[in-house]
Design a protein around this ligand. Structure first.
Ligand code: SAM
Ligand code: SF4
Length: 352
């Protein structure tokens, strides 16, 4: 709907205050953090994510193009209270023209905080341009300090590229640089203290994520998962960690529980998605690379915004569909329910 501004004859498609809505659900949560997948493709093959041969990638025509993405994010920020947009995938650095897309998203008004989750390959040559384009935050995934273990875990010999990417992100002034690590029993779980020592030296913030049942191969077994409690116990063999009351009070909807590393001014995080779910304070909503709204990583239903976009729907209609989708968000991921079923889409096609 167009809105009349104060001047006669001057019209704007920007919504008025009466059209500002929030993405609220039936459990009192409000989604303000959009996880936006830019591609399902990847140049690594992490064993906890996808099989060695890769997956049947989406056809290019199925992916939202840059204009469609910018329009949806504009609707989200202008009308629906989206304040943060995290670009992810698959591997978002594989998206052609990413810097240009970041610049277009950064130019929106209101402008969202822009974050990127990446495996870091190719980041060394692009961190500065991404920062200049308007990227505010970055998370780089790194599960090991050992190049051979990296090759075993990701099935590619690219460890040095990731380290170079992390350093480039720091040099470009992205701060904090957060490192996401998934521990696998008998593969890299013994490295937790060494990784924390490395993170303290590098000046990056390390967070350990519990492995979730989101792999394309459906090979996840709860008994094999390294729990956050185990990770903390390992870290405490080498470090003294305390819950920082200030961090705890400020945690809000953040998935990571932060611990202060005694003797330093730094923290380490654990994301206990499985053993201590934080669904009750979740403020996230996901948009897949092919334009489907998902209210949870584990959702079994999706809402098709691409169909509306390509069918000529106006902004208000798309906003309505988005509001309706989030209103139906489930209270929790239900991994512990006997009836739990892993979603058909793997993590790489949802956007982690
Ligand atoms: N390719 C990019 C990367 O690896 O950072 C972005 C996408 S990836 C799906 C996002 C995050 O999800 C990564 O930190 C990765 O380690 C994590 N991830 C992937 N599969 C996972 C699983 N089954 N359980 C927990 N985390 C997982
Ligand atoms: Fe690629 Fe990220 Fe999945 Fe690893 S976790 S295979 S880097 S999408």
């Amino acid at each position: 709907m167009t809105v009349l501004l104060g001047l006669p004859g001057l019209r704007s498609s920007r919504p008025g205050a009466d059209q500002q809505r929030r993405l609220a659900d039936a459990y009192g949560r409000v989604a303000a953090d959009l996880r936006l997948s830019l591609t399902d493709r990847c140049n690594l093959r992490c064993t906890y994510c996808m099989p060695a041969e890769g997956l049947d990638w989406m056809d290019r025509s199925e992916l939202l193009d840059d204009d469609e993405i910018v329009r949806l994010v504009r609707i989200g920020t202008e009308r629906l209270g989206i304040t943060t947009v995290r670009l992810t995938g698959g591997e978002p650095l594989l998206r052609r023209g990413l810097e240009g897309l970041v610049a277009r998203l950064a130019a929106l008004e209101p402008s969202p905080v822009l974050a990127l989750t990446t495996n870091g390959i190719g980041l060394a040559g692009r961190a500065e341009a991404l920062r200049a384009a308007g990227l505010n935050r970055i998370n780089v995934s790194l599960d090991t300090l050992n190049p051979d273990t990296f090759a075993e875990l990701t099935r590619r010999r690219r460890h040095a590229d990731v380290l170079a990417g992390i350093r480039a992100a720091r040099a470009a002034g992205l701060d904090p640089v957060k490192i996401n690590a998934v521990l696998m029993r008998g593969v890299n779980d013994h490295e937790a203290p060494d990784m924390l020592r490395w993170a303290l030296d590098e000046g990056v913030q390390l967070r350990f994520i519990e492995q979730m049942p989101l792999d394309a191969q459906h090979g996840w077994r709860r008994a094999d998962m390294v729990t956050a409690a185990e990770t903390l116990a390992r870290l405490r063999t080498a470090f003294s960690l305390v819950v920082d009351p200030a961090h705890a009070a400020a945690r809000g909807s953040a998935p990571a529980e932060l611990f202060r590393v005694v003797g330093t001014d730094r923290t380490v995080g654990v994301i206990a998605s499985v053993t201590q779910p934080f669904c009750g304070s979740c403020d996230r909503v996901r948009l897949t690379a092919d334009g489907q709204i998902r209210t949870c990583l584990f959702a079994r239903e999706e809402s098709d915004l691409r169909l509306l976009l390509r069918g000529g729907a106006d902004d208000a209609t798309i906003a309505d569909a988005w509001v309706t989708a989030v209103a139906g968000k489930q209270p929790g991921h239900g991994i512990d329910d006997p009836s739990f079923l892993q979603p058909d889409r793997p993590m790489s096609a949802i956007g982690g």
